[in-house]
Design a protein around this ligand. Structure first.
Ligand code: PAF
Length: 269
């Protein structure tokens, strides 16, 4: 395809594909001539106590979904193709990797940056598409691409939601029927909170109220509810977002033992 001068889009995944992943392929196809994907459950982005061993795997149905979406290639490397014997190189994106998700999962973004940089070298796409569901990951990858000079355009794909508002995620499969019903409360609380932030209410008050509401909804614990600048994820430095500012509301909370993350954009009126 490259020799034929085709523009190649790439949407890397860890498999267990849902319509959100399929939408990334479609976005890629709108930006390029052919779409490629990858399925690789990346061990370096999981801590020892996390769900690497149980992460949902469904390669046959994933490949069928990719083909049906118009994806022409899927790279399914073995762990040693990505991390050769003796491997000792890691990619660290400073600052952005150590806030929010990075505070709770200190290993995570180093694992993501290390695998994505290798996938980029192996696949050599012209454009790569990442879901906004993992908003901080999208910013970390943009930063890495800019800093390392990868000649790749990074595109964000909007989060796809179930009918009740729950953001689509492979990890939703871990939820029991009761937890799944309660989990819908996350997007409702977030939508309400984003509305208050747009209206200029106190960031401290509304994020604390959101955390309390999540606990009432049935979440076992809340790692964070934060309203940050959309472009850098830096705090606003004052208790209301300045008029016209673009912000991002980011939440991580546990429903039972399942950790759910979500985020929404807002613009201060
Ligand atoms: O978002 C994901 O599925 C993963 O973090 C990624 C980008 C495929 C890297 O393993």
């Amino acid at each position: 395809m490259r020799a034929a001068g085709k523009r190649i889009a790439f949407a890397p995944t860890m498999g267990a594909l849902h319509p959100g992943h399929v939408s990334l392929i479609k976005i890629g196809l709108a930006k390029a001539d052919v779409a490629a994907s990858s399925i690789f459950v990346n061990p370096t982005q999981f801590a020892a106590n996390e769900d690497l061993a149980t992460y949902p795997r469904a390669e046959d149905s994933d490949l069928a979904k990719l083909e049906a979406a118009g994806c022409s290639f899927c790279y399914c490397p073995s762990p040693t193709e990505i991390y050769p014997p003796g491997d000792s190189t890691r990619v660290k994106v400073k600052d952005l990797s150590h806030i929010l998700e990075g505070e709770v999962r200190p290993h995570f973004f180093e694992g993501v940056a290390s695998v994505v940089s290798r996938l980029f070298l192996h696949v050599a796409p012209d454009v790569a598409v990442f879901g906004e569901k993992d908003y901080q990951q999208l910013l970390v990858i943009r930063r890495m691409v800019q800093d390392m000079g990868f000649p790749i355009e990074i595109v964000g794909g909007p989060t796809l939601r179930e009918d009740d508002g729950l953001a689509m995620s492979s990890r939703n499969a871990y939820l029991s029927a009761e937890q799944r019903a309660q989990a819908a409360g996350l997007s409702h609380v977030m939508r309400e909170t984003a509305g208050k932030l747009e209206a200029g209410e106190s960031i401290r008050t509304v994020t604390q109220a959101a955390a309390d509401a999540l606990l009432v909804t049935g979440f076992a614990s809340v790692d964070y509810v934060e309203a940050r600048r959309a472009d850098t994820l830096a705090p606003f430095g004052q208790d209301t977002a300045p008029v016209g500012a673009s912000g991002r509301l980011l939440v991580a909370a546990r429903m039972g033992t399942t950790r759910l993350i979500d985020n929404m954009g807002f613009v201060r009126r």
